[in-house]
Design a protein around this ligand. Structure first.
Ligand SMILES: [Fe+2]
Length: 343
């Protein structure tokens, strides 16, 4: 399998080619149409678009660009993003021509982080970088999980496996599992506890564009179609676990559930909670007057993974709704807790 890096920049996009079959990994929005030209010029067939995780530092493709690229969009099940065509699980293999791509679920940088193992190499996304690892201080980050993923999964691959990271800030392109296991200072001679402590004390500033990027990515919008509240404000929304929400729903004064997913998701694989009011995130602003009657009521906002709903909850709070909470982990957590759904 041929592996090509396309951006020649800090944020890396790869194209995997087997025969004339191609897979695009981590496309950057501004360059999407260039990737399509490149694929066409080579006479390749673009068959897969895979994201190694939900990115916070560059704009991911929108639903319009996904249509323009004309290939299915794949992410791990934990992805919050509404336009995913196929959700991936750990250990799953994807066919590309005569060869296969194996999915390794490696949460830590984000809950939906995956690495892609191909013959002789592994694309490590932001899980393992050359001499480093992806930061774990964004929402859903988990340094302990990342330590486990790297030391118990990636470092057990053959030493000569080539590592293609999702980022590099020093112009390097590739490394090997052996080199990283022997010399990556983040992991070298560090216990899990020491790693967690070190990651908590990196003191990195938030990426420049996180405000305009993360919430747009989590919603697959074309532009800033929604007046998003600052991420710092989103972070202060009360989170309520699925069993607790279920208990509140059975009480004498049940909260109103506002589900901000897309209509297809509402009736899709995960279903929805009985009685939930569907108000897709991009329609929330417009529907506010209709929600005015609920301004003094307890409201729990719901989405797929709890990201879009946290944003929506902060928007509702800004609009004067005071008793707002977020279903922590979204419908993924609700279904994981085996609570009832409707389709
Ligand atoms: Fe990332």
């Amino acid at each position: 399998m041929e592996i090509r890096e396309l951006n020649d920049a800090n944020c890396k996009t790869y194209i995997l080619v087997s025969g004339n079959h191609a897979a695009l990994i981590d496309p950057v929005r501004e360059r999407a149409l260039r990737y399509r030209r490149e694929v066409e010029e080579h006479g390749w067939q673009l068959e897969l678009i895979i994201e190694t995780h939900t990115h916070a530092d560059h704009m991911m493709i929108s639903r319009e660009l996904k249509e323009a690229l004309g290939a299915p969009y794949l992410m791990h099940r934990e992805s919050p993003i509404p336009i995913v065509d196929r959700h991936l699980s750990d250990g799953e293999t994807l066919e590309l021509g005569e060869e296969t791509i194996e999915v390794l679920h490696t949460p830590g940088h984000t809950p939906d982080s995956i690495c892609l193992r191909v013959p002789g190499a592994v694309l490590t996304g932001d899980t393992l970088l050359i001499g480093g690892s992806g930061r774990t201080d964004f929402p859903g980050g988990d340094a302990g999980a990342q330590y486990d993923a790297v030391t118990s999964r990636l470092f057990r691959l053959p030493d000569d496996t080539v590592v293609w990271p999702g980022h590099d800030y020093k112009g390097r392109t590739a490394s090997t599992i052996g080199d990283e296991r022997r010399a990556n200072p983040r992991f070298l001679d560090r216990s899990r506890e020491q790693y967690v402590e070190a990651m908590a004390n990196l003191g990195l500033p938030l990426p420049d564009r996180i405000q305009g990027v993360l919430q747009v990515n989590q919603s697959s919008f074309e532009h800033d179609e929604v007046a998003f509240p600052p991420v710092t404000e989103v972070a202060t929304v009360e989170e309520v676990g699925a069993p607790d929400v279920e208990r509140r729903l059975r009480s004498d004064s049940p909260p109103l559930l506002v589900d901000v997913r897309e209509p297809e998701e509402f009736v899709g694989e995960l279903g929805h909670i009985e009685g939930a009011l569907l108000v897709p995130l991009d329609a929330l602003g417009q529907r506010l007057p209709k929600l005015a009657g609920y301004v003094d009521r307890d409201i729990v906002v719901v989405c797929r993974a709890g990201a879009r709903s946290a944003t929506a909850a902060a928007m509702l709070r800004r609009a004067g709704f005071s008793r707002i909470a977020n279903l922590e982990g979204g419908m993924l957590a609700w279904v994981r807790a085996s609570l009832p759904v409707q389709h």
